[in-house]
Design a protein around this ligand. Structure first.
Ligand SMILES: *[C@@H]1O[C@H](CO)[C@@H](O)[C@H](O)[C@H]1NC(C)=O
Ligand SMILES: *[C@@H]1O[C@H](CO)[C@@H](O)[C@H](O)[C@H]1NC(C)=O
Ligand SMILES: *[C@@H]1O[C@H](CO)[C@@H](O)[C@H](O)[C@H]1NC(C)=O
Ligand SMILES: *[C@@H]1O[C@H](CO)[C@@H](O)[C@H](O)[C@H]1NC(C)=O
Ligand SMILES: *[C@@H]1O[C@H](CO)[C@@H](O)[C@H](O)[C@H]1NC(C)=O
Ligand SMILES: *[C@@H]1O[C@H](CO)[C@@H](O)[C@H](O)[C@H]1NC(C)=O
Length: 385
């Protein structure tokens, strides 16, 4: 009902006040896509996807990539301990492998510090954090530090699993959800020290996975999706002289109250994205047991998040999704199910996602041929660059 009402309001607004925003000069969205064994580049032209470039390396899992404008990116290999540097051909846009370096094994996320001279990797597979010096002119990787994640992991999991390392709004701290430790670690980058200075505990069995920051006036918040309990937490960020602490202000299901998962046991929240308006928060709900999985939309207001709506992801296991750079689209990577890639329109006023995808690509056109017979080998990552 809420959707119908807001749709009507949006139409009313559009009629009364036609959009005066200039269109982007180019309507071609360039994409970086990761699937097991493959790093692909592609385009979305507003109505369809096309794959344009392809770097295949058997055995690799480039499940996260970090882009640096104009033409380089780093890729993890979740199946080993190498992190690689690639360049993008300025004509064709094809990815070219440049160099690699070994760090901890099982890295699943990369993030720069504020001046992009350092890069932090979260090593899910080995319970480590890697700090790289990437200040060289050519972007090559030099390992500065391996940090062992402190404390006891959840006995049921038996190991720490740092899943993300997100630079906070002040640019000093990296916030690291630890799925196996049921905790969130704070890594202080001050004076290039890169030390874990605080650990915030969450309930046993919650499994913190991915988060995002929301700024409201002078106050910052951290929204966090937990994989094992499929919950959406909201924390207030409390800064003290040399400390960042998190104070929980809210917790709710990532499904909202209206659309529970068909199978609460398998349900595993995945990605979380905060739009630049600091209001719209999107969470992917995976392995829901429903016909397809979904992207849930919450809105922030007055120190809380309210469930707004949920749309089908077009497939199963939406491990990752991202907003287009103009934030008028959402690109979803489903590891299984019908649509491997899907593009959804996002209404900027309401943040609402159109439930009918503008375009999709089937799994057969994206899964590496060597893995065609293995389940869930679809894309794990998609990002407009
Ligand atoms: C990483 O380590 C593996 C195993 O020791 C080795 O085969 C590989 O050459 C190393 N890669 C780099 C870039 O050093
Ligand atoms: C990378 O992994 C290889 C084995 O696969 C190991 O020999 C090497 O020490 C690792 N490198 C680091 C820096 O952990
Ligand atoms: C962090 O915040 C929590 C919750 O408000 C509080 O219990 C804890 O004492 C704080 N920790 C530090 C180190 O300030
Ligand atoms: C998923 O299945 C559950 C149980 O059948 C149902 O209540 C829920 O509405 C479904 N979700 C969606 C988005 O259809
Ligand atoms: C729900 O998920 C669990 C864990 O994956 C699985 O063991 C169980 O069979 C599923 N239940 C149904 C009804 O599919
Ligand atoms: C990428 O290249 C490999 C090797 O040529 C090929 O087998 C595979 O089908 C290509 N992948 C896509 C998505 O086009």
């Amino acid at each position: 009902m809420f959707r119908t009402l807001t749709t009507l309001l949006a139409i009313g607004t559009a009629v009364a006040m036609p959009s005066v925003k200039p269109r982007q000069s180019s309507s071609i969205h360039k994409l970086l896509i990761g699937t097991p064994f493959q790093i692909l580049t592609g385009t979305f032209d507003g109505s369809k996807f096309a794959i344009t470039g392809n770097h295949t390396a058997a055995g690799t899992a480039p499940s996260w990539m970090l882009y640096k404008s104009p033409a380089l990116f780093y890729a993890v290999n979740e199946n080993a301990n190498d992190t690689s540097l690639f360049t993008l051909d300025c004509g064709t846009g094809n990815p070219t492998f440049k160099s690699a370096a070994n760090g901890s094994s099982g890295v699943v996320f990369l993030e720069f510090n504020s001046d992009k001279t350092r890069m932090v990797g979260a090593a899910y597979g080995s319970g480590m954090i890697d700090v790289w010096d990437v200040s060289a002119q050519d972007g090559s990787l030099k390992l500065l530090k391996n940090i062992v994640v402190p404390g006891e992991p959840n006995p049921a999991q038996g190991a720490h699993h740092p899943h993300q390392a997100l630079l906070d709004p002040t640019g000093r701290y990296f916030v690291i959800p630890d799925l196996g430790g049921d905790s969130v670690h704070v890594l202080d980058s001050k004076d290039d020290k890169y030390e874990i200075t605080n650990t915030i505990s969450l309930p046993v069995g919650s499994g913190p996975r991915h988060g995002g920051f929301i700024t409201d006036g002078d106050t910052h918040y951290y929204a966090l999706a937990t994989e094992l309990s499929s919950e959406l937490y909201l924390f207030e960020l409390k800064y003290d002289d040399d400390k960042l602490n998190l104070t929980q202000v809210q917790k709710q299901s990532t499904y909202g109250a209206a659309f529970p998962p068909a199978n609460a046991t398998s349900a595993a929240a995945g990605e979380l994205v905060v739009a630049s308006n600091n209001r719209d928060v999107y969470v992917s709900n995976r392995l829901s047991g429903n016909e397809t999985d979904s992207i849930a939309h919450f809105t922030y207001s007055g120190a809380k998040l309210d469930f707004y709506d949920s749309v089908s992801s077009g497939g199963i296991l939406p491990r990752m999704f991202s907003l287009s750079t103009d934030e008028k689209l959402v690109f979803v990577a489903n590891q299984a199910g019908d649509a491997a890639l899907a593009a959804f329109k996002r209404t900027e006023d309401s943040g609402e996602l159109d439930p009918t995808p503008v375009a999709t690509l089937p799994q057969e056109s994206l899964v590496a041929p060597a893995l065609a017979a293995t389940p869930s080998m679809g894309p794990q990552f998609v990002l407009e660059i």
